[in-house]
Design a protein around this ligand. Structure first.
Ligand SMILES: [Mn+2]
Length: 320
């Protein structure tokens, strides 16, 4: 139904904007760049739009160098497609441009609290938006090329933590198998995304791990601006630290708080019994039940205390 409507709208369009959320991650970029390649294979004129330029770790993705921060002058698309955005506001500065198209398609796997656009392809059971796009490709009648497969497998590897997280299902592996068969190399993709980190990122990880603590079954740590300066690291180099906190035994979840120019960013993860998306929403953020985030306009130490007290309440209200 909605998938058919989305495919029909894309087939009928001549010009399309494909867009993903601000501060893009592997799935946002993989799904956007993959769909862009499929549409170009159909002979469409396509622009790739994102508020922010992709982090270094994703520049290997085919088409990453063609991502723009604003459309060309007089660009009038027939269709816009927003990928991996749980609400239109996640598009950031490009929101109004994307939403101005005559037909707006929302493709996403978040729980869908704020669906938007004219056609919604929402599937919270999909491990990644890239998985949805892969399943959508046959509707567009284009071949699954190696370049396309690299984009989509990167998105799936990113959002499943390389097939470790609980969103990994038989369906995820079967999509991944299709992408591998099309020529995507999991070893290369994993290395480029996760194993080519600058020394500043490891130093930042070291600082975060030295400060780790636990309370009520929650592992937590924080990073101040001085910590970033000491490590010589940028904000994006916090990626992956939260997963290290989750390696502690006997915990329900983990919190990492780090100071940025916009406020303290909070990353949240959980195992079972704690809905961290609900915790994030208390502070105007969002995400998935087991992985979520928010921004709090306060120093890291204060933001951490506020988040921990909401989690403590959530855990005592639950089956604990
Ligand atoms: Mn995603």
């Amino acid at each position: 139904m909605m998938i058919r409507a989305a495919a029909d709208a894309m087939k009928a369009a001549n010009r399309l904007t494909v867009a993903c959320h601000l501060k893009p991650d592997g799935d946002a970029l993989g799904s956007m760049l993959g769909l862009a390649l499929a549409l170009e294979a159909m002979g469409k004129e396509v622009i790739r739009l994102c508020q922010d330029t992709p982090p270094e770790a994703y520049t290997f993705l085919p088409g990453a160098d063609r991502i723009r921060q604003s459309p060309p002058a007089n660009w009038q698309p027939d269709v816009s497609v927003a990928l991996d955005c749980e609400s239109a506001s996640r598009l950031g500065t490009i929101e109004s441009v994307v939403m101005a198209a005559p037909i707006v398609i929302d493709i996403d796997h978040h729980a869908g609290y704020n669906p938007f656009g004219h056609i919604q392809v929402l599937d919270p059971t999909a491990a990644a938006t890239s998985q949805q796009v892969c399943e959508f490709i046959p509707c567009l009648d284009v071949p699954l090329t190696r370049e396309l497969a690299v984009c989509l497998l990167a998105g799936i590897i990113f959002d499943t933590g390389a097939f470790r997280f609980s969103n990994t299902t038989p369906r995820t592996f079967s999509t991944a198998a299709t992408l591998c068969a099309a020529g995507a190399e999991p070893d290369m993709i994993h290395r480029r995304m996760f194993d080519e980190r600058p020394v500043s990122a490891l130093r930042l990880l070291g600082i975060a791990l030295r400060a780790v603590n636990t309370r009520d079954g929650i592992a937590f740590s924080l990073l101040t601006r001085e910590d970033f300066e000491r490590a010589g690291a940028r904000d994006s180099e916090t990626e992956g630290i939260i997963n290290q906190l989750m390696s502690l035994r006997d915990i329900e979840g983990a919190v990492l708080v780090y100071e940025t120019a916009e406020g303290s960013k909070v990353s949240l993860r959980s195992r079972e019994g704690l809905d961290v998306a609900a915790v994030a929403r208390e502070f105007g953020g969002g995400g998935h039940v087991k992985a979520a985030g928010c921004t709090i306009k306060a120093p890291a130490a204060e933001a951490l205390q506020r988040v921990l007290s909401v989690i403590t309440t959530a855990l005592s209200d639950g089956a604990h």
